[in-house]
Design a protein around this ligand. Structure first.
Ligand code: IPM
Ligand code: MN
Length: 375
């Protein structure tokens, strides 16, 4: 018996989460385990009604559960960032889910936007650091002219660093700082090497921008070098983030396991989603290997499609499979991925994003049925 916290969230969140639960229930009957869903209302409606984003009691309850299954967050009625930071990022940080795991795999039966690329060409995994970098939220927005001390700092910064003697009085500035800690980098890099070994990969690619943001990313590189010494069986290489976006398109077959700081990981995994056939197919896991992990599609709440029963639930269903794998139901997890693949390959049930007419619930039904038919 597993106890799973469910946060359907905003927009299409509730619809896609329903299908995810449906498929997990189907596989649980077959594999003889039970799931109890404990639903939480966090999201735009709850926030607008009560002013609350999350609450301490809920977090304490969830701490004792096996995992969190999340739909999507974001709503046009709420200023951008409030729900995303106040709920999604808050959960990632609270539960110290330091790995954001994002498989990029082109399934059979899915059209790839890259010419001549086949399922065997696009099959890698991105291990995104999930608690540091620019996501720590350290920064400021100031009118430096209002504060003499700040004014002096900015003036000397400009003159010492850039040799400029400019008038900065009244100048409005902002800054945001990326932070990488030894502990934070080490644990996620080690996770990536361990995962590579488990997957039977021969190479880990580490992403950075050490040619420009040298303080943080040279440190990141040095930790990759250090950790790699414990994995002589796995080679490693460094890719600059701008270059990797190019290689994703040109030679996706090169990649096996990728490890990346948070911000770059956010960006390259949206590109990853596209080359695996679209956001409707891309799942993610926010993992704390020693704590409570959270699983979600990597796409957003798509308010435009909310309540219309048209969204593709596959990313969420696949995220459900990742959740089962993490809690130890590996066979059930594999079955779900197999069922997704079979339904896509048959091509009879396709949602709008895949060029078909099937609804969200029809897609969920088809995968649930397929899962039951598997050996
Ligand atoms: C993601 C999302 C989030 C992120 C947002 C919604 C805070 O884009 O999961 O990739 O930036 O991590
Ligand atoms: Mn993102």
């Amino acid at each position: 018996m597993y106890r799973i916290a469910v946060i359907p969230g905003d927009g299409i969140g509730p619809e896609i989460i329903n299908e995810g639960k449906k498929v997990i229930e189907a596989v649980s009957e077959k594999e003889n385990f039970e799931v109890e869903w404990i639903e939480y209302p966090f999201g735009a409606d709850h926030y607008l009604e009560t002013g609350e984003l999350l609450n301490e009691d809920a977090l304490k309850e969830i701490e004792k559960m096996d995992a969190i299954y999340l739909g999507a967050l974001g709503d046009p009625r709420v200023e951008p960032g409030v729900l995303e930071k106040g709920i999604l990022l808050a959960l990632r940080f609270y539960f110290d889910q330091y790995v954001n795991l994002r498989p990029v795999k082109l399934l059979e039966g899915v059209e790839c936007p890259l010419k001549n690329k086949k399922p065997e060409d696009i099959d890698f995994v991105v291990v995104r650091e999930n608690t540091e970098d620019f996501y720590v939220g350290i920064g400021n927005h100031a009118n430096v002219g209002k504060n003499k001390q700040e004014l002096e700092i900015i003036r000397s910064l400009y003159s010492v660093k850039f040799g400029l003697d400019i008038e900065v009085d009244g100048c409005e500035i902002t800054y945001q700082i990326g932070v990488i800690s030894r502990k934070g980098a080490e644990r996620v890099i080690r996770y990536a090497f361990e995962l590579a070994r488990k997957r039977g990969d021969s190479r880990v690619t580490a992403v950075d921008k050490a040619n420009v943001l040298s303080h943080v990313y040279n440190f990141w590189r040095s930790i990759v070098e250090e950790v790699s010494k414990d994995y002589p069986d796995i080679e490693h290489e460094f890719n600059f983030v701008d270059a990797i976006t190019m290689w994703f398109v040109k030679n996706p077959e090169w990649y096996q396991t990728i490890v990346t700081p948070n911000m770059f990981g956010d960006i390259i995994t949206d590109l990853g989603a596209m080359i695996q056939g679209g956001l409707g197919l891309a799942p993610g896991g926010n993992i704390n290997p020693d704590g409570v992990s959270m699983f979600e599609p990597i796409h957003g709440s798509a308010p435009k499609y909310a309540g219309k029963n048209v969204a593709n639930p596959i990313a969420t269903i696949w995220a459900g499979a990742m959740m089962l794998e993490e809690i130890g139901e590996e066979k059930a997890a594999n079955d779900i991925v197999k069922a997704i693949e079979l339904v896509l390959k048959e091509g009879k049930v396709r949602t709008k994003d895949l060029g078909g007419k099937a609804t969200t619930s029809e897609m969920g039904d088809a995968i649930a049925k397929k899962v039951k038919e598997l050996e």
